[in-house]
Design a protein around this ligand. Structure first.
Ligand SMILES: [Fe+2]
Ligand SMILES: [Fe+2]
Length: 453
């Protein structure tokens, strides 16, 4: 689509420019109109309309954001600047457009905003529809709203987590107020778009495992808590506990944390102490209130297993970890398994991690919480790359709350394994297509994140 968009923008740009200099019946203009029309004809074979939309400094061609690249830079910049100058939000071109209409329209671009609006209204175009921004503040287009907001929240939360861990590591004061605020924001975002935020936890191409992992465990734990209908005050405690579960690692030498080889027995002993160190780090960071207490208890118990095993050793193996620690135990294991780390270059496929977690119910994990977790992520979690029984390859883009084995997928490769911009299919409705297996996206050079954000 980007290629079509680029060609469209450059043809439109050339046409506008030509109307600035030549008369309508000049050969240059006629040639450009012909070129524009032959291109648009092919576009209308596959879409009902063509839309150029501007939001801030971005141009979207049929809802796909155009990237500024060396080739086509001048035309994209020209269109962006002029739409901005004229206060235009979007231009929609409809089938049936005539050469005289597009010529008149292109020539309006030499006017100022007032002139443009009054001429546009006077002429009354039938097949070109312009929408203007009103007022200073540009409203976020509907299709961008959720995704943009949720991404902003995720990256803000990542920054706050990073600052907190970094400052603790350096023994510098921490900003607990922005930390508390981000927990509230995460809770609100989850209640608005649970799947959108969970989808972001699956994008693992960040170098910084510690921050990313802490945030992902926080988000996944909150999502489980929400499904348990916990009160908001408890969600605040759970979110804080999830984000801080591994905070004790700041008391362990960084060279050990970052070590790329298998740890020795002695090193494991030190590493396992992070659960205990977590208690003092949380008190140091937040003082001792209700929220801290819940978080330090969860940090202490988050490696306790359901069957009494795990660390640190407990006085009586019958003592069960508290609810928050049991939730974090599952989310922590899942996120760690599915992320590549220095000593786990090839992570588990999300679908395999789900099966491993299921196989360890009652030994490691609380059975009811495991069911809720799997119900939430599905058997093929969002971002999974899957092979279908018709030979096509797809990416899971959304869970189906009522069918954990039949999610919404987007076809990204055809039967001959050629990359395509295929349709989105709800597998719960399309019973003739079945998933054969989950596969590593690297096998076909697929980047699932591209289809999620
Ligand atoms: Fe841990
Ligand atoms: Fe962890």
């Amino acid at each position: 689509m980007n290629k079509y968009g680029k060609d469209f923008i450059s043809n439109f740009y050339a046409l506008i420019k030509s109307t600035f200099v030549y008369d309508f019946n000049n050969d240059v203009v006629i040639n450009l109109v012909n070129k524009f029309f032959s291109h648009i004809k092919t576009l209308f074979q596959t879409c009902n309309q063509i839309e150029i939309l501007r939001y801030r400094d971005y141009i979207f061609f049929n809802k796909v954001r155009m990237r500024f690249e060396v080739e086509g830079y001048a035309s994209l910049q020209f269109i962006e600047e002029n739409l901005k100058r004229l206060g235009i939000k979007s231009i929609v071109f409809l089938p049936g457009m005539k050469a005289s209409e597009i010529l008149k329209f292109a020539s309006l671009f030499k006017l100022n905003r007032e002139g443009f609006i009054s001429e546009y209204n006077r002429i009354g175009f039938q097949t070109i529809v312009v929408e203007f921004y009103t007022g200073e503040d540009e409203t976020v287009p509907e299709f961008l709203k959720d995704g943009e907001q949720i991404k902003k929240t995720y990256f803000k939360a990542l920054k706050v987590t990073k600052n907190l861990v970094h400052n603790l590591w350096k023994r510098q004061p921490v900003d607990t107020r922005s930390f508390r605020r981000i927990i509230y924001t995460l809770i609100d975002s989850l209640s608005q778009d649970e799947f959108g935020l969970i989808a972001l936890t699956t994008i693992k191409n960040f170098d910084e495992y510690t921050y990313n992992h802490s945030l992902n465990v926080g988000i996944l734990s909150l999502a489980v808590g929400q499904r348990l209908d916990l009160e908001r005050s408890n969600l605040v405690k759970l979110g804080t506990a999830g984000l801080l579960h591994d905070i004790g690692k700041v008391a362990i030498s960084k060279s050990l944390i970052d070590k790329s080889q298998q740890l020795t027995e002695e090193e494991w002993k030190i590493m396992k102490k992070h659960s205990i160190y977590g208690v003092s780090e949380i008190i140091k960071t937040r003082g001792l209130d209700d929220i801290s207490f819940a978080a330090l208890l969860a940090a202490y118990e988050h490696h306790w297993n359901y069957d009494g095993s795990g660390y640190p050793e407990r006085p009586d193996q019958k003592i069960q970890p508290n609810l928050f620690a049991r939730i974090i135990r599952i989310c922590d294991t899942y996120d760690a398994m599915t992320t590549s780390r220095p000593y786990q270059i090839l992570p588990y496929l999300p679908a395999i991690a789900i099966r491993v977690i299921w196989s360890r119910t009652r030994t490691y994990f609380d059975p009811i919480l495991t069911k809720i977790f799997i119900q939430m992520l599905g058997l093929y979690p969002v971002s999974s790359c899957i092979e279908l029984d018709n030979g096509e390859i797809a990416v899971v883009i959304r869970q189906n709350p009522t069918h954990i084995d039949r999610p919404f997928i987007k076809i990204v490769m055809d039967k001959s394994k050629k990359k395509i911009d295929g349709p989105v299919i709800d597998l719960s409705m399309e019973r003739k297509i079945n998933i054969i297996r989950a596969i590593y996206p690297q096998k076909y050079d697929i980047n699932p994140a591209q289809y999620l954000i």
